[in-house]
Design a protein around this ligand. Structure first.
Ligand code: CAA
Ligand code: NAD
Length: 305
């Protein structure tokens, strides 16, 4: 029984290799803070182009971190962190030796479930699985895996930009084991983050409050009450936010924000979210359909080129 328990349960001291799926804004940042904390990190995405994009995000951010973390040996620090990161488009290889899998791919329940269903069969039984989803149910994602894995499954929600934002929300489902939860707390602390705990509810803590606020800012502009520039100035200087809602929307990604609101609106009956609070504003849908995704592709509510 003890051997079985050891086999199935997870312990923070056992986490050495972390695999991150998705080399976009979030995955790149999670891989970076993992590597900075001394973990061996495997970063995986579907194309080499996406991996190059991730490595590019990491090298820009690492230049800022290294200046502060190791002012006397920026080059050595950078080299050591990068030496902890390998990249691959082969999902099976990516998890072969993994102790912790963090998923940060597109915000789609189907694509996330497909990925975890596949990984469940390829990863070690003891590996912890975590999703960085902004808005989806962790229970519903975990349900694509075996009963044993569901005990090793939780939400691990980082914030953008990951290297600078200190918070991580740890989301426990009814099935998440205490040892998985404790292991994730230790990992996040080792990454220099402050963990908070939340039940598996739509948007957890931060996004349950932040997303309706950002959507209402768009509606305010749609109603012609103020310009995006004035709303941003108002919330920065009047409420002390580091970025107003339109800068933040561009920062988060307009596609990601509309995936969140579309999903919440569609499921508002089940989740109890008021439909009018989470409906995707027309202006947001229009910008996404025009390919204005935010800072990540140089244009959103504002132009960055
Ligand atoms: N990599 C590494 N370090 C970074 C960084 C990056 N990408 N971006 C900023 N930093 C660091 C800087 O080096 C700097 O550190 P020091 O003060 O120690 O020198 C610090 O962060 C502040 O940066 P700046 O001086 O360049 O600029 P700033 O003061 O305007 O801060 C910011 C930048 C931290 C991004 C700040 O504007 C901010 O907090 N914005 C709001 C971000 C936010 O709300 N994020 C959450 C989005 S919602 C989400 O993520 C959840 C979801 O599911 C959608
Ligand atoms: P992004 O668009 O920057 O990157 C997504 C990456 O996932 C892309 O590189 C894409 O190629 C890759 N991908 C898609 N399908 C894949 C698959 N099957 N296997 C491997 N890679 C795949 O998105 P992002 O902003 O990094 O968001 C990723 C996740 O993190 C989403 O669930 C999002 O809701 C969540 N999140 C986003 C933010 C934010 O501010 N942007 C903050 C916290 C959480």
């Amino acid at each position: 029984v003890l051997a079985l328990h050891r086999h199935l349960s997870s312990d923070a001291k056992d986490v050495k290799t972390v695999t991150v799926f998705g080399a976009g804004l979030m995955g790149a940042g999670i891989a970076q803070v993992g590597a900075q904390a001394g973990y061996k990190v495997v970063l995986s995405d579907v194309t080499d182009k996406a991996l190059d994009n991730g490595l590019n995000i990491i090298s820009k951010s690492l230049a800022r971190v290294a200046k502060k973390a190791s002012p006397d040996d920026i080059e050595g620090y950078t080299k050591n962190v990068l030496a902890n990161i390998t990249v691959t488009t082969d999902a099976e290889k990516a998890v072969a030796d993994s102790d912790l899998v963090v998923e940060a791919i597109i915000e789609s329940i189907k694509i996330k479930r497909d990925l975890f269903g596949f990984l469940d069969k390829k990863a070690k039984p003891s590996a912890i699985f975590a999703s960085n989803t902004s808005s989806l149910s962790i229970t519903e994602i975990a349900d694509a895996t075996s009963k044993e894995r569901q005990a090793n499954f939780a939400g691990l929600h980082f914030f953008n930009p990951v290297p600078a934002m200190k918070l991580v929300e740890i989301i426990r489902t009814d099935a998440t084991s205490q040892s998985t939860y404790e292991a994730l707390r230790e990992v996040t602390i080792k990454m220099g983050k402050k963990p908070v705990t939340c039940k598996d509810t739509p948007g957890f803590i931060v996004n349950r409050l932040l997303v309706p606020y950002m959507l209402e800012a768009i509606r305010l502009v749609e109603r012609g009450e103020a310009t995006p520039e004035d709303v941003d100035t108002a919330m920065e200087l009047g409420a002390g936010y580091p970025m107003g809602p339109f800068k933040l929307l561009d920062f988060v990604g307009l596609d990601t924000t509309s995936y969140i609101s579309d999903g919440w609106h569609k499921n508002s009956g089940e989740t109890g979210l008021p439909p009018t609070l989470v409906e995707t504003p027309e202006l947001l849908a229009k910008l996404v359909s025009e390919g204005r995704l935010g800072r990540k592709n140089g244009k959103g509510f504002y132009d960055y080129s």
